[in-house]
Design a protein. Structure first.
Length: 136
């Protein structure tokens, strides 16, 4: 599939693969003395199906998530990557252009376009690692 055609869950999948978050629950909530957590992506966890775990600090339930983080639609997930990868964002007519990444081999400047800033930015990140198309 062409990188420029990636959207939604497919685009988020490739970003999760690059960021090393594929298959990991997104857990960040703790209450009181015990640690109660839920996955912001899938709501998964908990033996009772509530989506809430009570876990030992030394053994949190991190793996097993079947959903990717919404990098291409949620600023709290995708926004920090714009800074991490030092992307330049520019509007052009009805779309957004994201660029500023040098390819893995250092030979060319990467840019991608999208209907939103996050889509354009995530496509640019994927293109910088995998090129013009992705296969799996």
């Amino acid at each position: 599939m062409k990188t420029s055609d990636l959207t939604g869950a497919e685009l988020d999948y490739w970003i999760a693969k690059i960021e090393g978050t594929l298959g990991y629950h997104d857990i960040d909530r703790c209450d009181g003395d015990a640690y109660y957590s839920y996955c912001k992506n899938c709501g998964g966890g908990g033996n009772d199906g509530s989506g809430i775990w009570e876990w030992d600090f030394d053994d949190p339930p991190l793996t097993g998530c079947e959903k990717t983080r919404p990098y291409s639609t949620n600023w709290s997930q995708g926004g920090p990557l714009i800074e991490k990868y030092r992307l330049v964002i520019q509007p052009y007519k009805e779309i957004w252009i994201a660029g500023g990444i040098v390819s893995k081999d250092g030979n060319f400047f990467i840019y991608e376009q999208g209907e939103t800033i996050l889509i354009a930015a995530m496509r640019a990140i994927v293109a910088s690692v995998y090129g013009e198309s992705v296969n799996e």
